[in-house]
Design a protein around this ligand. Structure first.
Ligand code: BES
Ligand code: MN
Ligand code: ZN
Length: 511
């Protein structure tokens, strides 16, 4: 990953491949953002005019590269758009800084060292820029080149991510700034690791290898990891996870990953859908709907990253991650539409569609999480295509059994720059899941399918525990081109929201 440092050096004297500055959209054209005064001076104070001549407006996502004047030691200036100039006496939105830093980091692929002089008002801004750089510079190259090593990939592609970024204008000796940088680095590293897992092809990432990766990380960070394999799942009666994994040559797992703090007063449980490949099972997905279904473990990857981040940050809260891992495949041993599963909670479920598998594995994990009586449970899942139809590909839906808890989760998401939206759990949709044979069916009305799935999950949450469900089917995987600090492929959606929720639980400010 890109190496990141804070420096008090002045931009003109710094040896680097490029200097990154911000441009905002002013009332009368582009405006050079605060922090870049010395760079502007090197252009004799005409930088805004030069940028306008080059067609820059300061719009978000815009990149303008220009040769540096002789007063600068770096040969290149990269001007990134920050969007509308804030009103007098107010600061730039941290998310605008995060996106601009990400855009710049991507534009600097192949460069060794870049200096960033973006408008940094406070320590939180430093955190935002640091996250933007580290997340924007990400690329997944493990499978490029003749050998699965980074150097082979570089040789083949000729471009490696930006190697080193220096943030100017921060306060390297200030404790708050140092903490912001350390937090951003830990979270971005774990988030990028989640992206790696999501991008990993399903012939290499299966429930068993995923569990082994968690075990290795657990050792590294002093976390307790318990893996329930098929035998243990059978003994425990985890009919949902077993039913979904029944068709695969690679058996399912339930992984429990625990971070405990001696100073904890609260316990947050996180549950992730970890379908390492979703073919649909016997209700097979048609061609065109399964090419990116390796991403169906994005919820589990997000939970994994969040628990490790909580440990690295030493948060004063207990966080338990539950990863419900299975591969949904058709075969002679697969669950059939019409089969009835006896779930871990004791309820029976008639499987009408084997492609509605996420709710089955989550139901068992939610019930297992509930048994510990945590203060709150949040699950994360690429659960329904319906949620994508409702909210598009960048926004996740939030459902909950408690309105104020849902609002708190939504606010946490907004705070970290993750687009999210509250969704209802309309009671009338419950009866669509009535089954003549079992306690409930795994499918209901087609319309409002994301909400139906949420209602199904709610039945497996222990009495009285605040619970929220994040359906990240839209934002988990980016099929289009990169934007802001979001690459193509696995995005790491929900990781930053979960980390924030752990922080808020630690400080007693959640809900
Ligand atoms: N993993 C899919 C949902 C999904 C779709 C995630 C597209 C990401 C992108 C899930 O398991 C699924 O297949 N859901 C079905 C449920 C239906 C059969 C009730 C769906 O949404 O079509
Ligand atoms: Mn499915
Ligand atoms: Zn799925």
């Amino acid at each position: 990953m890109t190496a990141l440092t804070l420096s008090t050096s002045a931009a003109p004297g710094l040896r680097a491949d490029a200097i990154v500055i911000g441009v905002a959209k002013g009332a009368k054209g582009p405006v050079v953002a605060p922090g870049a005064e010395a760079v502007d001076k090197a252009y004799d104070g005409r930088l805004a005019g030069v940028l306008e001549t080059l067609g820059a407006s300061g719009a978000e996502g815009e990149v303008t590269k220009l040769p540096a004047p002789s007063g600068l030691k770096a040969p290149l200036v990269v001007a990134v758009g920050l969007g509308a100039e804030p009103e007098k006496d107010s600061a730039f939105d941290p998310e605008a800084l995060r996106k601009a830093a990400g855009v710049a980091a991507r534009a600097l692929t192949g460069a060794k060292k870049a200096a960033f002089v973006l408008p940094l008002g406070d320590a939180a801004d430093v955190g935002a820029v640091a996250e933007g750089v580290l997340l924007g510079a990400y690329s997944f190259t493990a499978y490029k080149g003749s050998a699965p090593s980074e150097s082979a990939a570089k040789a083949k592609n000729g471009k490696a991510p930006l190697a080193e970024a220096v943030l100017l204008g921060g306060k390297p000796r200030d404790a708050a700034y140092k903490a912001a940088l350390a937090r951003a680095t830990a979270v971005a590293e774990e988030l990028n690791r989640a992206r790696d897992l999501i991008n990993m092809p399903p012939n290499d990432l299966n429930p068993e290898s995923f569990a082994a990766i968690v075990q290795t990380a657990g050792k590294e960070h002093g976390l307790k990891v318990q893996v329930l394999d098929v035998k243990a799942l059978e003994k425990g009666g985890y009919g949902g996870i077993l039913g979904v994994g029944a068709g695969s040559a690679s058996g399912p797992r339930l992984v429990k990953l625990s971070y405990t703090s001696s100073k904890a007063k609260k316990h947050l449980a996180l549950v992730g859908k970890g379908i390492t490949y979703d073919s649909g099972g016997i209700s097979l997905k048609p061609a065109g709907h399964n090419e990116t279904m390796k991403c169906d473990m994005s919820g589990a990857a997000a939970v994994f990253a969040a628990v490790v981040s909580a440990a690295r940050l030493g948060l004063e809260v207990n966080v338990t991650g539950w990863l419900a891992l299975a591969e949904n495949m058709p075969s002679g041993s697969a669950t059939r539409p019409g089969d009835v599963l006896r779930m871990y909670s004791g309820k029976t479920v008639e499987v009408l569609n084997t492609d509605a598998e996420g709710r089955l594995v989550l139901a068992d994990a939610l019930w297992a999480a509930s048994a510990e009586k945590p203060d709150a449970i949040v699950d994360v899942a690429t659960l329904t295509g319906a949620m994508m139809l409702a909210l598009g590909s960048r926004t996740f839906g939030i459902m909950a059994n408690d309105d104020s808890f849902r609002t708190a989760v939504h606010e946490a998401a907004e705070e970290v720059g993750e687009p999210a939206w509250p969704m209802p759990l309309p009671e009338h949709l419950r009866k669509g899941m009535d089954s003549p044979t079992a306690d409930i069916a795994n499918m209901g009305e087609r319309l409002g399918g994301g909400l139906v799935a949420g209602l199904f999950l709610r039945e497996f949450v222990g009495e009285g525990i605040p619970w929220a469900h994040l359906d990240i089917a839209g934002p988990a995987f980016n099929d289009g081109g990169p934007f802001g600090y979001t690459p193509k492929g696995g995005t790491g959606s929900a990781v930053r929201t979960l980390v924030r929720l752990a922080e808020l639980t630690a400080s007693g400010d959640l809900g």
